[in-house]
Design a protein around this ligand. Sequence first.
Ligand code: AP5
Length: 191
Amino acid sequence: MNVILLGPPGAGKGTQAQRLEERHGMKQLSTGDMLRALVASGSALGQKAKEIMDAGQLMPDELMVQMISDRIAQADCAGGFILDGFPRTVRQAEALDEMLAAQGMKLHAVIEMRVADEVLVDRINTRIAQSQTARSDDNVETLKKRLDVYHGQTAPILPYYEAQGRLITVDGMKSIDQVSEEIEAILTAAV
Ligand code: AP5
């Protein structure tokens, strides 16, 4: 199955994507992790990515679309994938529809994980406190910008998928296990 997990920073996309990968062998495709690998490479593009991520802004659509297009064409995605962090703009969502159609692939579920902003701030603060190597975009100031970008640029994806009859929303404020159960039920129904 091919699945999109949508939600603001700290909604639990990565947590649930990892579980799906472990349980079902679907490949987790985290654009944030891909960009952090690019930053670690030390390339000029990686340096640019770091500046944009640290500012809480989005990378250019064309770059992200190319990154995902290259990735889903690889053999390890043949058994299904979970998009974690992509699409993040309506332009990316449109491009994804085009690339899936061109490759004869289907989207089985678009799952929005809805979490109130104040809960997200608590979660990211907990993640900062627990991590020995905190992400450079995990701080209160950048998180506020990331949330603004989510509401302004990413949330318009929700009506896009709703209009296609694909959007399913889960309460991301339940426990991690409860959210997993809801996602499992959605995937079972989507088979
Ligand atoms: P990215 O790495 O995708 O970050 P994000 O979307 O801000 O998401 P997070 O990783 O912070 O949160 P998450 O939803 O995965 O939550 P998690 O499972 O970690 O993107 C980083 C940056 O890269 C962007 O700002 C942008 O600059 C750039 N970028 C990436 N993709 C792009 C794109 N497509 N286009 C343009 N730019 C792009 O959970 C968070 C914490 O909460 C954890 O500690 C977890 O244990 C806890 N938790 C999870 N679920 C629960 C629960 N149910 N109850 C209690 N705690 C929970």
